[in-house]
Design a protein around this ligand. Structure first.
Ligand code: TYD
Length: 211
């Protein structure tokens, strides 16, 4: 019997890390691993995940805007995502694997952009007072290594990917600080190693969650 059949609430897993950490392929590993175990999975992303959220994503990734507008739009997209996708999925017993969530706002808009994190705690209290991920996987690697990986990809870069390596190093440190204060929720995975070794660590962490 899977979780949906047993009528229990699904689990909420988020994946975080600086640009170039290889999140997308690691998320595919997580989703595959859960499905093999018979878990119904909704794989989604932020900003985005809904029709409106994807429009906001396009603005956030490509339009110049005030720093606070950027942070508020992240939370606006999140509100829509939680209401339309995340909460309904968890309520029916599906597990949700989300590419980024509020940790990203703390890391990018506070660590990277320098906004006061107290504001995000207030917005979290408004947008998702009762919802926190059951598990967050933080794919960690030095910003200089991530920058080399991004440079090797032949595609246009978005506003965040175009930021200087020092911006990404600040984002990284903010993520690591969040992991330091919430070690039960956030598992740091060394992403500066082979995809096979990263997959093995993901597999180990996921199996403890499935027990
Ligand atoms: P990302 O998830 O890395 O997508 P891709 O895999 O296509 O590169 O891109 C989303 C960008 O949005 C990323 O650079 C981080 C940024 N972001 C924030 O700055 N704050 C947030 O709260 C979220 C969710 C994302």
């Amino acid at each position: 019997m899977n979780h949906a059949q047993s009528g229990s609430r699904g689990r909420f897993i988020t994946c975080e890390g600086i640009d170039g950490a290889g999140k997308s392929s690691h998320i595919a590993t997580i989703v595959e691993s859960l499905r093999r175990r018979g878990v119904a999975v909704v794989s989604t992303r932020e900003p985005g995940g809904t029709a409106l959220g994807e429009k906001l994503r396009a603005l956030l990734l490509h339009e110049t805007m005030h720093l606070e507008t950027e942070a508020l739009l992240m939370f606006a997209a999140r509100r829509e995502h939680i209401a339309r996708v995340i909460e309904p999925a968890l309520a029916r017993g599906d597990w949700v694997v989300c590419d980024r969530f509020s940790d990203a706002t703390y890391a990018y808009q506070s660590g990277g952009r320098g906004l006061d994190p107290v504001k995000f705690a207030q917005l979290e209290g408004w947008v998702h007072p009762l919802l926190q991920p059951d598990l967050s996987l933080l794919f960690d690697l030095p910003a200089a290594v991530a920058a080399r990986r991004i440079a090797e990809q032949a595609r246009d870069r978005d506003r965040f990917e175009m930021e200087h390596v020092t911006f990404h190093e600040r984002v990284r440190l903010a993520y690591l600080e969040r992991a330091r204060v919430a070690p039960q929720r956030i598992t740091v995975i060394d992403a500066d190693q082979s995809p096979e070794r990263v997959s093995k660590q993901i597999e180990e962490r996921i199996s403890t969650l499935c027990l």
